[in-house]
Design a protein. Structure first.
Lengths: 365, 302
């Protein structure tokens, strides 16, 4: 096969009894990449991670790491280390001995080992906590010990299971950037499992969105957000409003759609594989819709009434009722400073919604 | 409910309820123990009860304690007791640890059945079970015959025997004690192993340790409190054991429990018996106290 990716997952499936945890997953990850497996609970992302670590053997398919087939290789012989969600630090060892634990299997002298441990503790800025036990340090520090321990043996692949889930919001943002900078400095390939789309979007170079054991889309954060391949990805990542529509024509590289809920026809970016007359889904992101009191000059204009609005400070979320009764979510940035009168619309106002054809997502499924 | 609680607190009921167990311990443990201590410094007399604090000086007679160290019988009995108890504890650990570990690794439904089986022997009278072992170890039993065949097959022809002399030996005492006290080892071990986080094992595997290294580095060190608890639960009663050595043991090499019993009944030397009992208690209590002292200190750093 010509595919020479660093990590290749080829047609991997895993069944537990009659339950299909992972179905026919094929992925390639480049060296030095941060790759995220994103999905809800039970989507198979953790099972896939455990197969990479060697805790589970695939029922079918192959995993190749750096050209080597991983089938039958036990966890202790894989150049793959994992940062566990619970961190799994050894409670009876100090921070230092935790970090040194993997190194005892390396052919290195005592001095080299001590150097490496010091280097790792430096990397995660925990040098002064070396002699503490895991229960004597904070959650964020524990996480960094887990990271240092997993990186100490210089693995080819680092698996991170929900790395930020146990941290509070302030610490998460800080840790996120720290993880990225450590990845850059060490050059180790990271596979991150997460259910948190924001975490995946900010951390990862590429994301595989998983559902019911299958990969539904692989792409950069921009691709999966702006160009979702199907309804699942569109609704899983970010919020979105969907409408049933029918394709009535194609003009200038755009699709003309008839949307029952709008009572009018709208223009949308053309998508390959869609035929005229096909029933499709039109999906709109809340922030791609403009809300205004006067009818704007735009390609796609729809009329509605403000049913609800929520003020978040920097922005507001509007829920607009269309004449058909359907609800649309619209996000508007509160660019102007002022009191209630400064916002674009109020409860029960009649408003106009408009969006660019390029912002309209057409989904074939 | 709140009023009930207030009444409960005000009228000192809570003190009484908390105090009851302590009262029980004082009445039925501390007081008798103090009586035994007092008795151990009394003088033996041919009266009933067979001791007195005498009229002559000194009232306190430390002769019993002096004999403890002077008379080889007592020193030997102590040594035999400690040896037998230590051997029994060692084998209980050797057999019990894998069983306890296996209990944590099987499915939930199997776990309950197996735990039941561990406790099941208690449903039969202890004496009956010892008598069963006497039957098994006796010269005419199929068990002894089978072991004899194995023995004769292994050893050189000159050492061959008609039947193995298992009964009335320290071997028999240790064997029956291991059998009897095994659940006391398994249950605390199971309790401590069951609490361990299985992801720690996975973390160690992931960092390059083979399963046996994971056991030595992760499982074993974390189960030390369970080992000590189980060890104490087996060692302490085994060291003072009376029934097993008198039924299957060697009368010529008595354990300390037998000595105490003999001093009380046949020799009618209550002060001496009490001195031996106090010494045995001290021998058991001091290591236990040291252990809990260090345990508390280790936990104090948490």
């Amino acid at each position: 096969m010509a595919d020479t990716a660093f990590l290749r997952i080829e047609g991997v499936s895993k069944t537990f009894g009659t339950f299909h945890a992972v179905r026919d997953v094929t992925l390639s990850v480049a060296q030095g990449e941060i790759f995220a497996l994103l999905g809800g609970s039970g989507c198979g992302k953790t099972t896939l991670l455990r197969m990479l670590a060697g805790f589970e053997e695939p029922t079918a398919g192959r995993i190749y790491l750096d050209g080597k087939d991983m089938a039958g290789v036990p966890p202790w012989l894989r150049p793959v280390h994992m940062m566990f969600q619970s961190y799994a630090l050894f409670p009876h060892m100090t921070v230092e001995t935790n970090v040194a634990y993997g190194l005892k299997h390396e052919p290195m002298s005592k001095a080299e080992r001590a150097d490496r441990v010091r280097e790792m503790l430096d990397l995660v800025q925990l040098t002064q906590f070396a002699k503490r036990k895991p229960h004597q340090i904070s959650g964020g520090q524990r996480q960094r010990v887990a990271l240092a321990r997993a990186l100490a043996r210089q693995p080819k692949l680092l698996l991170l299971d929900e790395p930020l889930a146990a941290l509070d919001k302030k610490l998460r943002e800080h840790t996120q950037f720290e993880l990225m900078s450590i990845q850059e400095r060490t050059g180790v390939t990271f596979i991150v499992v997460t259910h948190d789309q924001e975490e995946a979007m900010t951390l990862a170079d590429r994301i595989a969105v998983m559902d019911k054991g299958e990969v539904r889309q692989v792409g950069s954060p921009t691709e999966v957000y702006e160009f979702p391949a199907n309804r699942f990805v569109a609704s899983f990542i970010g919020s979105i409003t969907t409408f049933a529509a029918t394709v009535v024509g194609r003009e200038d590289g755009q699709l003309r759609l008839k949307v029952a809920d709008f009572g009018t026809e709208v223009l949308a970016r053309d998508v390959a594989g869609i035929t005229e007359g096909q029933a499709v889904t039109l999906a709109l992101r809340p922030e791609k819709i403009t809300i205004s009191q006067a009818r704007p000059e735009a390609a796609n204009v729809v009329e509605g009434v403000v049913k609800d609005l929520a003020y978040f400070g920097k922005d507001s979320l509007y829920r607009i009722t269309l004449p058909s009764g359907a609800l649309v979510q619209v996000h508007a940035v509160n660019a102007r400073r002022g009191d209630e009168a400064a916002r674009v619309a109020d409860w029960d106002d009649k408003v106009w919604l408009s969006f660019e054809p390029g912002a309209a997502i057409v989904l074939g499924d | 409910m709140a009023r009930l609680k207030a009444w409960f607190d005000r009228s000192g009921w809570s003190d009484l309820i908390v105090g009851l167990p302590y009262l029980w311990l004082v009445l039925f443990f501390l007081l008798p123990f103090l009586i035994v201590v007092a008795m151990s410094v009394a003088t033996k007399t041919p009266t009933a009860p067979p001791f007195s604090f005498g009229g002559e000086h000194p009232w306190i007679n430390l002769g019993g304690y002096a004999r403890l160290f002077g008379d080889a019988l007592y020193v030997r009995a102590f040594l035999i007791s400690l040896m037998n108890a230590a051997t029994a504890t060692f084998f209980c650990l050797l057999i019990g640890y894998p069983m306890a570990l296996a209990l944590t690794r099987v499915s939930k439904s199997w776990r309950n059945i197996l735990l039941m089986l561990v406790i099941l022997p208690f449903w039969t009278s202890f004496l009956l079970r010892v008598y069963a072992w006497m039957g098994l170890m006796g010269k005419s039993s199929w068990f002894n015959a089978a072991l004899t065949d194995v023995w004769n097959w292994i050893v050189p022809i000159d050492w061959a025997v008609k039947s193995l002399p298992m009964m009335h030996s320290n071997f028999a005492v240790v064997l029956v004690m291991v059998y009897t006290y095994l659940p006391f080892m398994i249950l605390p071990l199971y309790a401590s192993l069951e609490r361990l986080d299985p992801t720690l094992d996975e973390a160690a595997l992931d960092l390059g340790s083979r399963p046996w290294q994971v056991f030595l580095d992760v499982t074993l060190p974390q189960s030390i409190p369970g080992i000590i608890a189980g060890g104490l639960l087996v060692f302490i009663p085994a060291a003072g054991e009376l029934v097993i050595p008198s039924l299957v043991g060697d009368a010529a090499a008595p354990m300390i429990g037998r000595v105490i019993s003999d001093e009380f009944s046949s020799a009618r030397d209550w002060p001496m018996a009490s001195a031996v009992a106090v010494a045995l208690l001290a021998l058991m209590v001091i290591p236990t106290m040291l252990y809990s002292h260090y345990q508390a200190r280790a936990e104090g750093t948490k």
